[in-house]
Design a protein around this ligand. Structure first.
Ligand SMILES: C[S@@+](CC[C@H](N)C(=O)[O-])C[C@H]1O[C@@H](n2cnc3c(N)ncnc32)[C@H](O)[C@@H]1O
Length: 273
């Protein structure tokens, strides 16, 4: 069992504009929450640096919103930037929690997760418990990447299994099995009695600067490798140089920048009212 990757909020937030778009697209499909005569209660699973958690208060100004994450670095950043009362009379809080065994301790109206469940093996097995904890008419909404066969990820996995790296990194990265097929999410959530909307989108991100795909992956997909090699800066440099060369060939810059297609999967499941 490997230790959890160490996150770097500053690196992750370097592409926050592109990374926020899918969250906004997800929220646009979340229906109104049940009117319970009290502020909505919202849980954001894998809240990261809190910047997308804070956007929930724009849509539900008086909501009590709690972000859960198991990265101390991310939680510290989130708490520093966003914790406290919101302008609409609600509140943002951030708490440690491991999604592998997170059990809702109070009824929620919305459980949302953006770009986090792919890190949690077997996450779909938690859906029944999470739905149980929703108020009638409550919503489970999540977005996960669906790009595990894209060159950025395939080349990374291939590099980790080269003889030079295999012993240290060979089993560090999970592949396409990190997420389910969209149809599988749909079937599972329908089977749990929800009204369900599942879709996928491939964003054509236009990145700028030198080696922008490497810079992007350093914030997310590379975290397990950087964590595993963390005590060996020379190995980190050697690995990054090899990966950078592979990415340069796979994503050559064009006249307007570097095109980085990124497929993402979305699900919105509404519990019966
Ligand atoms: C790619 S970031 C997404 C952060 C945020 N949701 C956003 O959209 O900006 C993934 C987050 O999931 C968190 N995470 C990964 N595995 C987790 C687990 N088992 N329990 C709790 N959080 C986890 C990481 O710490 C990280 O903050």
């Amino acid at each position: 069992m490997h230790s959890a990757p160490t996150w770097d909020p500053q690196q992750y937030l370097r592409h926050s504009g592109h990374r926020t778009r899918p969250f906004l697209d997800l929220l646009a499909r979340v229906p109104d929450l049940p009117a319970a005569g009290r502020p909505a209660r919202i849980a954001d699973l894998g809240c990261g640096a809190g910047n997308v958690t804070a956007l929930l208060a724009d849509r539900w100004p008086d909501a009590l919103i709690t972000g859960f994450d198991n990265s101390p670095e991310m939680l510290q950043r989130a708490a520093k930037e966003y914790a406290g009362p919101t302008p609409g009379g609600g509140r943002l809080d951030f708490r440690p929690g491991d999604l592998a065994d997170w059990t809702p301790e109070e009824p929620y109206d919305l459980i949302v997760s953006n770009a986090a469940l792919q890190w949690v093996p077997g996450h779909a097995d938690s859906f029944p418990g999470w739905l149980d904890a929703l108020a009638p008419g409550g919503v489970l909404a999540f977005q996960v990447p669906g790009n595990f066969v894209a060159p950025s990820h395939r080349l990374l996995r291939d590099l980790c299994t080269r003889p030079e790296w295999r012993d240290r990194l060979g089993d560090y990265l999970r592949g396409p099995a990190s997420v389910l097929d969209p149809a599988e999410y749909l079937t599972r959530l329908l089977g749990l009695g929800c009204e369900v909307d599942v879709w996928e989108t491939t964003y054509c991100h236009l990145l700028t600067g030198e080696d922008p795909v490497l810079d992007w992956v350093k914030g997310t997909g590379l975290r397990p490798v950087l964590t595993a090699l963390g005590d060996d800066p020379e190995a980190v440099d050697a690995f990054l140089a090899q990966y950078r060369d592979l990415l340069r060939a796979a994503y050559p810059p064009g006249p307007h920048g570097t095109v980085f297609p990124f497929r993402r999967l979305f699900a919105v499941a509404r519990k019966a009212g």
